[in-house]
Design a protein. Structure first.
Length: 256
């Protein structure tokens, strides 16, 4: 249970981020919901207790990140856990067609956003007796994914960031882990499958099968609830000795 934990979840306006935020809240955590979209207010409405704070945040803007963390600490008096979930899929196209702006935007949200959150949360996490950082990476950060160079490179960077921070912050008893979801049901992956279908010139179902489920041990997509449960475990006392890990939640797609 997480009754004495204050967490901030980025990208909490929809999808996996919303599921993570509501799951942590269900376990008793006070939760700050950080995202650019006003969907954070919808997420807040799904949380039963009143220890919830929607904070409009752009993770690529350092001033916005710093302000959101200060607001969270002012509201709840502490910060114990950050979940770096904010991310974008980036373009689906051959490398020759990827623009520099597309590359930089993908890195800015997926990597720099996590860096900025940790930079401004670290002091508070060091003061906590249960400091936790959970970065949402992807199995795409471990294996090739055709026509997704900006995204896969960004998720590899998130894994590297995770491992480095685990050793930098470990002396203050802060755990740092990455959760690597497989293809997870929702609007984002639906859009990716549609674009892959266009690239491969096949149907939606065929692209889904070829790219995402053919080589999955359980033959299915991941559910956002599965990812949220792993995050809740890592945020809890039960996860106190798990750190510097990148943990797959992918129905059996990647074995490393």
């Amino acid at each position: 249970m997480l009754e004495d934990t204050t967490a901030i979840v980025t990208g909490a306006s929809q999808g996996i981020g919303r599921e993570i935020a509501t799951t942590l809240a269900d376990r008793g955590a006070a939760v700050s919901l950080a995202a650019r979209s006003d969907g954070i207010y919808e997420t807040a409405d799904k949380i039963d207790h009143d220890r919830v704070l929607p904070v409009e945040t752009d993770v690529t803007d350092e001033q916005s990140v710093e302000s959101s963390i200060k607001e969270t600490v002012a509201e709840f008096g502490r910060l114990d856990c950050i979940v770096n979930n904010a991310g974008i899929a980036g373009p689906t196209k051959p490398i020759e067609e990827v623009t520099r702006s597309e590359w930089e935007k993908t890195q800015s949200v997926n990597v720099t956003g996590a860096f900025l959150m940790v930079k401004h949360a670290a002091t508070h996490l060091r003061e906590s007796d249960r400091g936790r950082i959970v970065n949402i990476a992807s199995i795409s950060g471990k294996r090739p994914l055709e026509n997704r160079t900006p995204y896969t490179a960004s998720k590899m960077a998130v894994i590297g960031l995770t491992r480095t921070l685990a050793f930098e912050l470990g002396e203050d008893d802060i755990t740092v882990n990455a959760v690597c979801p497989g293809a997870t049901k929702g609007p984002r992956i639906q859009d990716v499958i549609e674009r892959q279908a266009e690239q491969l010139d096949v149907s939606y179902e065929e692209a889904k099968r070829q790219v995402f489920t053919d080589d999955v041990a359980l033959g299915r997509l991941t559910e956002s609830e599965d990812v949220a449960e792993m995050v809740a475990f890592l945020a809890s006392e039960q996860g106190r000795n798990v750190t510097a890990q990148d943990l797959n939640v992918d129905a059996g797609t990647v074995w490393y």
